[in-house]
Write a protein that binds this ligand. Structure first.
Ligand code: SF4
Length: 350
């Protein structure tokens, strides 16, 4: 089978040669046509003028099943869209306008098993990993079906990308292929809850350097373990060591997400402890006011409380940015999207 969304150009060319005995003159034309321009029919390609039968055969045998676009909603400065997968599960993706480019927030799993107490996706549990094709398909849909000039990709949608590392790494390779979707690695960000082993594997598996974002959300192990169960097996000290080892690209910094929750992680001493934790790291902090889901026991900070915490971090010389407006929360922390039975227009937590 020719799974074009799962393949880099070279992998596709190799499979094409094996199957049809034709070299890159043909396979490159097909790959560029589909991945770069979003073309479907191959009959119009020059290389097939003398081989219409072959064009039809390739068309029939080339598998493209990344899911079906079933819904899109614009609001709050972003466009969310839902893809229905072959097994009838739904995933969400979000297009966020950023200056002249568009950023796409992609999902990497249906649901998530990390169980963070403040996250709607976590409440679903993990239903399954997305395939490489289903991850790449979200970018393809945003660019070629919805017409957005997507130039940045952030793995901050549903799921923990490092819990589906093989498919995510292959998706990065496909997305970054210059003969296809051509999204430079410096414009790709993987956001994690802080899986220490996964961060190490990403650093090794990824030939180029993608950006790393971490949902930190707490200054101490005690608080973090309470709201993020994963901290019990991946405590803050081990996480910091992994972050210090991560090979950042030049001029790049680790993006730290901190969802500020009233009476949980918003005290003055928390700001101080947080600043000490971050001080040896090359990091930028996004401070996100918690946006409670219906029925949540946790509370949003007051605007004054948020500003006070922000000012304390600034006073401690933390590189901190306010986040939370117009989909900004999506851009600042890990997977805050809903599931099949949740309302599409529900706001992200941030
Ligand atoms: S915040 Fe991220 S890692 Fe935690 S449950 Fe939600 S999607 Fe999973």
């Amino acid at each position: 089978m020719l799974k074009i969304f799962e393949s880099t150009h070279d992998q596709f060319a190799e499979a094409f040669l094996r199957r049809y005995g034709k070299g890159t003159h043909y396979s490159t034309a097909v790959y560029r046509h589909v991945m770069k321009t979003g073309g479907t029919g191959l009959g119009g390609l020059d290389v097939f003028v003398r081989f219409p039968e072959l064009a039809r055969q390739v068309e029939n045998e080339m598998v493209r099943s990344p899911g079906r676009l079933v819904k899109q909603v614009a609001g709050g400065g972003v466009v969310k869209f839902v893809t229905r997968l072959a097994d009838d599960l739904d995933i969400e993706s979000v297009v966020v306008p950023m200056f002249r480019r568009h950023t796409l927030c992609v999902s990497s799993q249906v649901g998530c098993r990390m169980g963070c107490g403040f996250c709607r996706t976590g409440q679903m549990g993990l239903l399954r990993n997305l395939t490489t094709e289903e991850i790449v398909g979200q970018v393809f849909t945003a660019r070629h079906q919805l017409g957005f000039d997507v130039r940045n990709v952030v793995f901050m949608g549903m799921g923990e990308p490092l819990d589906n590392l093989d498919n995510v790494v292959q998706a990065i390779r496909v997305l970054a292929d210059q003969r296809g979707l051509d999204i430079a690695r410096r414009y790709i960000t993987v956001s994690t809850v802080g899986l220490v082993a996964g961060i190490g594997r990403l650093a090794k598996a990824d030939e180029g350097r993608v950006n790393l974002a971490v949902s930190l959300n707490a200054p101490t192990d005690e608080i973090r373990s309470m709201i993020m169960p994963i901290n019990r097996s991946n405590p803050l000290a081990a996480l910091k060591a992994a972050l210090r080892r991560y090979p950042l690209a030049k001029k790049s910094a680790i993006l730290i997400g901190y969802v500020l929750i009233a009476d949980v992680n918003d005290r003055p001493e928390h700001a101080l402890t947080l600043s000490r934790y971050l001080s040896p790291l090359k990091a930028k902090l996004n401070l996100i006011p918690y946006n409670p889901a219906p029925g949540s026991e946790m509370k949003a900070p007051s605007p004054e409380g948020y500003e006070r915490f922000y000012a304390r971090l600034v006073a401690e010389k933390v590189f901190v940015r306010r986040r939370g407006e117009k989909g900004g929360g999506i851009m600042a922390a890990c997977g805050q999207l809903g599931g099949k039975n949740q309302t599409l227009d529900s706001k992200p937590l941030g």
